[in-house]
Design a protein. Structure first.
Length: 214
C-alpha cells in the first residue's frame, strides 16, 4: 500500500517492533537472503508496475542497514531521498493501487515510530538466528582446534597417551589455560604454562593414578 494509505495512529496503540531486532546490527553482512519464489508469487510482482517493484526492492535492501534492523523511517521525504528520487515521483508511485510500501505497517520503536513489513521482519530474524549459529559453530571449531594442539603439546612433554586422549581432562586444562595463560600458545613460553596447568590438574585430582605427569 502507498504512503497515503498509512493512517496516523498513536504510538501507544502501535504494535511493538520485535525486541530481538532493536539492538541487533547486520551492517557487516555482505549478502541478503532473498526468497525469489515468494516474491514472484506476491501481489507486488504480479500486479505492481516495474517502477514500483524496483522501488520496493530497494527499500527492502535499505531496511537491512537501518536501526532497528528490517525497518524503514516513517517519513515519506526520507524514503524518497533514500531512493534518490524527487518527492513528486515518490508520491506518484504511492498513488498506484500497489505502491512501494505495500503491506508495510507502522510500529512503535522506543520513543519513535518506524515502518515494518512482516516478511522483512521474518527474514531479518532468520538472518540473526543463522549468524548466531555460525558464531557457535566457529566457537566450537576453535575449541576443538585448541584441544587438538593441547594434546600434541602434552605429547611433547611425554604425557601418558591416555591423558592426551582424555577429552574431559583436555577441556579442563584448556579452561585453566584460557584464564591463566596470556598470549599465544607457542613454545617455549607455553611449556611453562602447560606444566603449571598439569600440576594444577594433579592437585585437583583431574588426573587418575595411571597418569604420567612429567
Amino acid at each position: 500500500m502507498g504512503a497515503t494509505h498509512l493512517r496516523p495512529v498513536g504510538g501507544s496503540e502501535l504494535p511493538q517492533y520485535p525486541e530481538e531486532l532493536c539492538d541487533a546490527r547486520l551492517s557487516t553482512d555482505y549478502f541478503t537472503m532473498f526468497w525469489h519464489d515468494r516474491f514472484f508469487a506476491s501481489d507486488m510482482h504480479m500486479n505492481a508496475p516495474l517502477e514500483v517493484q524496483g522501488a520496493a526492492l530497494n527499500l527492502y535492501f535499505f531496511s537491512r542497514k537501518q536501526t532497528p534492523v528490517g525497518s524503514l523511517p516513517d517519513s515519506p521525504r526520507t524514503l524518497a531521498r533514500m531512493l534518490r528520487i524527487d518527492f513528486d515521483q515518490w508520491e506518484r508511485l504511492c498513488r498506484e493501487p500497489i505502491g512501494p510500501l505495500h503491506k508495510w505497517e507502522r510500529y512503535a520503536y522506543r520513543d519513535e515510530v518506524v515502518l515494518g513489513h512482516h516478511v522483512v521482519i521474518e527474514v531479518a530474524l532468520d538472518a540473526l538466528a543463522q549468524r548466531e549459529k555460525r558464531k557457535a559453530s566457529n566457537a566450537d571449531k576453535a575449541v576443538y582446534a585448541r584441544l587438538v594442539r593441547l594434546a600434541e603439546d602434552m605429547r611433547r612433554l611425554k604425557c601418558d597417551e591416555r591423558m592426551c586422549q582424555d577429552r574431559v581432562l583436555l577441556e579442563r586444562l584448556d579452561g585453566w589455560l584460557v584464564e591463566n595463560h596470556h598470549g599465544q600458545r607457542r613454545w617455549p613460553q607455553f611449556e611453562t604454562s602447560l606444566r603449571r596447568a598439569l600440576n594444577h590438574a594433579t592437585q585437583q585430582g583431574w588426573i587418575g593414578r595411571g597418569g604420567n605427569v612429567p
